[in-house]
Design a protein around this ligand. Structure first.
Ligand code: PEP
Ligand code: MG
Length: 883
C-alpha cells in the first residue's frame, strides 16, 4: 500500500473503508471528496508511517517525503496556488487522525506556509491585510506551541496585553497594524525562548510540523487517553496536510462544529456552534462565546447573537443539506467541522459523533425506526457498558436545592462531590474513595486523568463543544460548562460565585442535564427505564442466546434485578445473611462451639432465620431458578479482630472470655483464602450445610404451598477441587431434601451443582460433572488461584502490570482469556463430556463485563450472572455477542 493518499478536486485515492490505514479523518475526507462534497484538497500520510517515523528515531523516511511533495503538487494544481509563492501562497493545515477519534489528544498546525514574505503576498492577493496578519500570528503561536514546545501562555499574555492597550475585548477588534505588531512581538518571544529565529522556509515548517504531529501520538495525554479507551499504541496516527480555507476572512466567513443530532439527548435536531470571522480552534478553545446554528436553539437558550440560520441563511441551508446527505451516507450521527470562506461552505471533517449513553440509545432506536439501520445494527450501536450511565439515580426534581451558579448542560447526569481544583488532586482524592467534582476555568487534554477520576466536571468557560463537554460526554461524566459567574482562585484554592466563596473540599452537586450547580448534596431518584431503553432491551432479548441471572441475596436486590429483567439468581452468597445483627451471635456461638451438641443448638437457632431469608427471596423470584451457594468464607471472618470485640462476643454468647480468645487463636489462618473455607467447611462440619439445605427446601416449599409457584432451588457447593468432595456434600444435601419432602408432604424439582473456581476443578471437570447437575464458573477465585494473585491485594501492582502490557486489562474485571479462559473452556467441555446436559454459567464479576460475556458466548455457556444494576448491560452484551 502507498504511504501518501490524495483527495480533493472531485477525486480521492482513499475511501471511508481505509480508516485503519488513513485514520478516521483522512478516510472520511477522502470519502466526502469522492461523493462530491466541498472538501479542500489535501493529502494523508498513512498510519504505518507513524511507526516508521519512530523507528527512524523521529525522522520521516525519504520516500515518504518524496510522495508527500508529489501529492502537494496535486493540491497546488487544484487550488491554483503554489506552496511558498511570495505573491499568492498556498497555505496548509497539518492535522492528526487516528483510527478512532481521540478528541483534542494530538496536535494541529494551521496556516502553515506563512513567513515574512508570503504574509505580504497573502495580504495583497486577498485584499485583506488584517486577515493575513491574523493568520500569521495564529500560525506562529501554534507552531511555537506544537513544534517548538514553547509555552502558549507567553503568546496569550502578549495578545491580552495588546487588547488591553487598545482598550478592546475581542481579538476581532484588533486592526491589521495591531496584528502586524503582535507578529513582531511573537517572533521576539520565539527568538528569546527558543533561542533561534522563527523558521521562514515553508518546507522546513512542513516537515517539522508533520514530525510534531506524529510525535504527539506518544504525548502523555494521548497515552492516557489510549489507556482509558483500550487503544493500542501500535495503531499510530495518520497525518493530513490540507489546503487552508479561512473562516477569519471577515464577516462573510466563519467556522463551526456541529452534530447532526443532539449528542446529549439524541434528539433529531441540528446541534452546534459557530463563530463569524474566526478559525477552528477559537470555537473549541472557548475564547469567544460561540453562536448557535439554528434559530430554534438560539431562542431556546434565550441568546441574543444571531444564529447561523439567521446570519447566513444561504450557507446554512447548504450545510443542512450536507448534514442530511452525510447521515444517509454514513448511517450514523455525524460530528462535523466546517468553515465558511467568503460565503462558501467547506467541510473539514466528519466522523461518528461521540454521544452520551442516553443519546446513543435514542439515536440507535430512532435510526432503526427511520429505516436507516436494522434492529440488529441498533443493538450493536449502543456500547453495553455505557448503559451504566442510565441505570443510576438522577436528581430528585422535588428535592430542595440551592442553585449557586448556572452553566451549559454539557453532559447529562447528576453528580455530587467535593470541589477539587486540579486534575492531580482529583485523581489522588478519588483514589482514597472520595467523590470529587473537578472545577476548572476550562479543561485541556492534560486534564484527562482528572476528568476520569471525577464524578462530574464544572468549568467557568467553554461552550457545548468545548474540550470539557466533548470529553465528559464520551466518558459518561456529568458536566456543566461555561458557568460564567464562577471564578477560580488557584492560589487561595477557592471558587467564587455570587454570594459565596467555596473552598476546595466543599461539597457541591451538578445537574448536567439542566446546567445547574447546587450547594451541598441533593437527593436522587431511581432512573426511568421505559421508552427507548425498553425498546432496545426488547430487541436485545430477541437476539441473545444466553440467559442473564443476578448475583443477589436480599429481597430488595432481587426486586431490582427482576425489574431489570434478571431470569433467576445465579449466585446467592449465603454468608451475607450470617452477618445480620439478629443472628451474628448465633453464628458465633456455632463457630466457637467445642462440641457437636452446642453447635447443634446454635444451628437450630439459625435455621428459622435462614428459612425466612430464603422464603423472602424465593417469593420475589417465584417461577425462576435460584442458585444458592452454601457457606463459603473461613469461619474466623465472622469473628472480631480486637480485644474489645472479643469481650463483646464473650458477653453476647455467654462463653467464657478465655475460651473465646483460645478458640479465635485456634481458628487463625495464615492464608485464609486458601484455608478452611468452601466445601472444606461442609466436609468438616456437615451439620452447617445440612442446616442450610434444610432452610432452602423448607423456604421453597413454603412459597410453593402459599403461591402455587415454586422456584427451582439449585444448591451450589463452593470451592470444590475433587469429585469426592462434591460426592460427600451432595449426599448431605440429598438426605436433607428427602427428609424435608417427607415431613412436608411436598416434593420439589431441585438441582445440586458446584462452583468451578479452582484450577483442579476445571481440569477434573469430567469426574466432577458425574455428581453435578450444573457448574457455575466462579471466575473471581479462579482468576486468583490461576494467576496466583490475591484479589484483595492486587490493586497495589496490577496498574503497573496493565501499563506494561503484562495483562491487557485488569484480570479481575475482564477475564484473562488466555489463562483463566482456557480453564473455563476446558471445564465446560470436560464437564459436558460426561454429562451432555450439564448446565453452565458464570458468576464471578466477569459475568457483568461485556468483553467477558462475548468470550463465554463463544464457549456456549448457558447463562451469565451479575450484580442487579449490571443485568441490562449483560442482556445487551449477550445479544451483541450472539450477533
Ligand atoms: C467467584 O469466586 O468467582 C465467586 C463468584 O465467588 P466469591 O466472589 O464469593 O468468592
Ligand atoms: Mg469464590
Amino acid at each position: 500500500m502507498k504511504s501518501v493518499y490524495r483527495f480533493g478536486g472531485g477525486t480521492a485515492d482513499g475511501a471511508a473503508d481505509l480508516r485503519n490505514h488513513l485514520g478516521g479523518k483522512g478516510a472520511n475526507l477522502a470519502e466526502m471528496a469522492s461523493i462530491g462534497l466541498p472538501v479542500p484538497p489535501g493529502l494523508t500520510i498513512a498510519t504505518p508511517v507513524c511507526a516508521a517515523f519512530y523507528d527512524a528515531g523521529g525522522k520521516l523516511p525519504e520516500s515518504v517525503k518524496t510522495e508527500t511533495l508529489d501529492a502537494l503538487k496535486h493540491v497546488e494544481a487544484v487550488t491554483g496556488k503554489i506552496f511558498g509563492n511570495p505573491a499568492d501562497p498556498l497555505l496548509v493545515s497539518v492535522r492528526s487522525g487516528a483510527r478512532v477519534s481521540m478528541p483534542g489528544m494530538m496536535d494541529t498546525v494551521l496556516n502553515l506556509g506563512l513567513n515574512d514574505a508570503t504574509v505580504e503576498g497573502l495580504a495583497t492577493a486577498s485584499g485583506n491585510p488584517r486577515f493575513a496578519w491574523d493568520s500569521y500570528r495564529r500560525f506562529i503561536q501554534m507552531f511555537a506551541d506544537v513544534v517548538l514546545g514553547l509555552d502558549h501562555y507567553l503568546f496569550e499574555d502578549a495578545l491580552e496585553i495588546l487588547k488591553e492597550d487598545r482598550g478592546v475585548t475581542l481579538d476581532t477588534e484588533l486592526s491589521a497594524e495591531d496584528l502586524q505588531g503582535l507578529v513582531a512581538r511573537y517572533k521576539t518571544i520565539v527568538a528569546q525562548t527558543w533561542g533561534d529565529e522563527f523558521p521562514q522556509d515553508p518546507h522546513e515548517q512542513l516537515w517539522a510540523s508533520i514530525g510534531a504531529v506524529f510525535g504527539s501520538w506518544r504525548s502523555d495525554r494521548a497515552r492516557t487517553y489510549r489507556r482509558l479507551n483500550d487503544i493500542p499504541e501500535s495503531w499510530g496516527t495518520a497525518v493530513t496536510v490540507q489546503a487552508m480555507v479561512f473562516g477569519n476572512r471577515g464577516i462573510t466567513s466563519a467556522t463551526g462544529v456541529a452534530f447532526t443530532r443532539d449528542p446529549s439527548t439524541g434528539e433529531r435536531v441540528t446541534y452546534g456552534e459557530f463563530l463569524i470571522n474566526a478559525q477552528g480552534e477559537d470555537v473549541v478553545a472557548g475564547i469567544r462565546t460561540p453562536q448557535y446554528l439554528t434559530k430554534a436553539a438560539r431562542e431556546r437558550a434565550g441568546a441574543r447573537a444571531e444564529s447561523m440560520e439567521e446570519a447566513m441563511p444561504a450557507v446554512y441551508s447548504e450545510l443542512d443539506r450536507v448534514f442530511a446527505l452525510l447521515e444517509i451516507h454514513y448511517r450514523d450521527m455525524q460530528d462535523i467541522e466546517f468553515t465558511v470562506e467568503d460565503g462558501r461552505l467547506w467541510m473539514l471533517q466528519t466522523r461518528s459523533g461521540k454521544r452520551t449513553a442516553k443519546a446513543a440509545l435514542k439515536i440507535a432506536v430512532d435510526m432503526a425506526n427511520e429505516g436507516l439501520i436494522t434492529e440488529a445494527e441498533a443493538i450493536l450501536r449502543v456500547e453495553a457498558g455505557a448503559l451504566d450511565q442510565l441505570l443510576h439515580p438522577t436528581l430528585d426534581p422535588k428535592a430542595p436545592r440551592q442553585v449557586i451558579a448556572r452553566g451549559l448542560p454539557a453532559s447529562p447526569g447528576a453528580a455530587s462531590g467535593v470541589i477539587v481544583l486540579d486534575s492531580d488532586s482529583a485523581e489522588a482524592r478519588s483514589r482514597l474513595g472520595e467523590a470529587v467534582i473537578l472545577v476548572r476555568t476550562e479543561t485541556s487534554p492534560e486534564d484527562i486523568h482528572g476528568m476520569h477520576a471525577a464524578r462530574g466536571i464544572l468549568t467557568a468557560r467553554g461552550g457545548m463543544t468545548s474540550h470539557a463537554a466533548v470529553v465528559a460526554r464520551g466518558m459518561g461524566r456529568p458536566c456543566v460548562s461555561g458557568a460564567g459567574t464562577l471564578s477560580i482562585d488557584l492560589a487561595a484554592r477557592t471558587v467564587r460565585v455570587p454570594g459565596h466563596v467555596l473552598k476546595e473540599g466543599d461539597r457541591i452537586t451538578l445537574d448536567g442535564a439542566t446546567g445547574e450547580v447546587m450547594l451541598g448534596e441533593v437527593s436522587t431518584v431511581e432512573p426511568e427505564l421505559a421508552g427507548d431503553f425498553a425498546t432496545l432491551m426488547e430487541w436485545a432479548d430477541k437476539y441473545r442466546r444466553m440467559k442473564v441471572r443476578t448475583n443477589a441475596e436480599t429481597p430488595a436486590d432481587c426486586r431490582t434485578a427482576r425489574g431489570f429483567g434478571a431470569e433467576g439468581i445465579g449466585l446467592c452468597r449465603t454468608e451475607h445473611m450470617f452477618f445480620e445483627p439478629s443472628r451474628i451471635t448465633s453464628v458465633r456461638r456455632m463457630i466457637l462451639a467445642e462440641e457437636a451438641s452446642t453447635r447443634a443448638e446454635a444451628l437450630a437457632e439459625l435455621l428459622p432465620e435462614q428459612r425466612a431469608d430464603f422464603e423472602a427471596i424465593f417469593r420475589v423470584m417465584a417461577g425462576l431458578p435460584c442458585t444458592i451457594r452454601l457457606l463459603d468464607p473461613p469461619l474466623h471472618e465472622f469473628l472480631p479482630h480486637d480485644e474489645t470485640g472479643y469481650d463483646d462476643v464473650a458477653a453476647a454468647t455467654g462463653i467464657a472470655p478465655a475460651t473465646v480468645r483460645r478458640r479465635i487463636a485456634e481458628l487463625h489462618e495464615f492464608n485464609p483464602m486458601l484455608g478452611h473455607r468452601g466445601c472444606r467447611l461442609g466436609i468438616t462440619f456437615p451439620e452447617i450445610y445440612a442446616m442450610q439445605a434444610r432452610a432452602i427446601f423448607e423456604g421453597a416449599i413454603a412459597v410453593a404451598k402459599d403461591t402455587g409457584e415454586a422456584v427451582v432451588p439449585e444448591v451450589m457447593v463452593p470451592l470444590v477441587a475433587t469429585a469426592r468432595e462434591l460426592e460427600i456434600t451432595k449426599a448431605v444435601i440429598e438426605a436433607e431434601a428427602e427428609a424435608v419432602f417427607e415431613e412436608q408432604g411436598h416434593r420439589l424439582d431441585y438441582l445440586i451443582g458446584t462452583m468451578i473456581e479452582l484450577p483442579r476443578a476445571a481440569l477434573r471437570a469430567a469426574d466432577i460433572a458425574r455428581h453435578a447437575e450444573f457448574f457455575s464458573f466462579g471466575t473471581n477465585d479462579l482468576t486468583q488461584t490461576t494467576l496466583g494473585i490475591s484479589r484483595d491485594d492486587a490493586a497495589r501492582f496490577l496498574g503497573v502490570y496493565v501499563d506494561q502490557g503484562i495483562y491487557p486489562r485488569d484480570p479481575f474485571v475482564g477475564i484473562d482469556e488466555e489463562g483463566v479462559g482456557e480453564l473455563v473452556e476446558l471445564g465446560a467441555s470436560r464437564g459436558r463430556s460426561t454429562r451432555p446436559d450439564l448446565k453452565l454459567g458464570i458468576c464471578g464479576e466477569h459475568g457483568g463485563d461485556p468483553a467477558s460475556i462475548a468470550f463465554v458466548e463463544k464457549l456456549g455457556l448457558d447463562y451469565v450472572s451479575c450484580s442487579p444494576y449490571r443485568v441490562p448491560i449483560a442482556r445487551l452484551a449477550a445479544a451483541q455477542a450472539a450477533l
